[in-house]
Design a protein around this ligand. Sequence first.
Ligand code: SF4
Length: 487
Amino acid sequence: MSVQHYYPSQFKQQASDALANQTLRSNFRGAMDYLQQKRKDAFSDPQELAQLREHAENIRQRCLSKLPQLLEQLEKNCQANGIQVHWAEDAKQAQQLIAELIQSQGATKVVKGKSMVTEEIELNQHLEGLGIECVESDMGEYIVQLAKETPSHIIMPAIHKNKQQVADLFKQHIKDFDYTLSVDKLIQTGREALRTKFKQAEVGISGVNFAVAETGTLCLVENEGNGRMTTTVPPVHIAVTGIEKVVEFLSDVPPLFSILTRSATGQHITTYFNMISGPRRAPERDGPSEVHLVLLDNGRSQAYADEALRKTLQCIRCGACMNHCPVYTRVGGHAYGTTYPGPIGKIISPHLQGLAQTSDLVTASSLCGACEEVCPVKIPIPSLLQRLRHDAKLPAAEQTPSLKGQASAASWTEHTAWRMWAWLSTHPSIYNWAMAVGVKLAKYLPMPMGEWTRCRNKPELASQTFHQTMKRRASKSVTRSATGGAR
Ligand code: SF4
């Protein structure tokens, strides 16, 4: 299956295309307004919200501060529960590992619950290349899979589509579909198609919201019941998660769960909350006979090594920062060209794809601070963006260790221009002369000044430099004092 690809290096073009697409813009505007209002209603007491955020931030920071130990504890307790634990350093290793687990069962049919980590490692494409059918069972994911697209939002993958577009898609792909624009009937149709897939599946793959080190429990938050079906109906369950999802205690889960659902969809609790503590045991009749947990690094430990960038790993993937971002709400998720779009995507993606590839994303922000204000775990996204902007422009040799090997977006011309500016600024007489000449010549210079004037008017330069103006004012005031301040 070839999926429509977008690339972070083409952000500007993709964003322009998205802005010109009126249907897309209206789909996003409607959805984002709705989600913003739902969150607002769910946190009606600002004082309570402040306390909840403080508590959630503390939990995430405590857990991250002990991450290496907690991962070992998680592995030990999962194994004690009969869960087989595997480690994957990068996307390729994770793809291979999961494919081998599936092939060792002789399986060719897989259902997948919603999982952004498996999007990150492009698991579907890899499995399909090996002749393994991998069907998305979350309704939004199912829709984007039919459309041969990727998710445009981390919790609502098909939010860019309206019901008409979904109905057209079902008409194209689902046999005997009785065309309708009724949302309930559309969902029913999708569910019926998926029910057959659940019955046929030999392996179920899911993500994990919280992995509890204390008990070796995998927690999964969902609304459709597809997560429960994926993790209980097929004989083998493979859970895939990033290493940062570990929490220390079972008691850490309720506060995080509560603030996650309220921030994400305005729900006080989701319809389903699954706690997986191992394979089926005698005399249980339901559940898989094998459970595997794949722990993925893929750039996370590099971010972890840097005290500031480590905060990125606090994220509980609620999507609130996207829903409130003035850039995301206008261009949507695909424009970013990364698995994780929006504000959180801008600070995660450099660790996954490198700074050179994602340097346009870190500048695609007005730094208005809305993302930080709504983030339930208080990630300082704007200051992390500023940090990444700075690092992106450093020559590769000068990069901080946490971003080493990610290449640099530094351009020789830009670097030289700033060096010259710095030199001029420390040589006042040459600076003054250059400015005076520059101001005189500026009106003859052709415009546009590249990107800057593409959607702005040409800036009008003052007829005198700042220094000349100040000198003129100073000499006027001297003259006034000499003449007794005559008016
Ligand atoms: S950065 Fe904060 S607001 Fe954005 S998805 Fe993560 S937890 Fe949610």
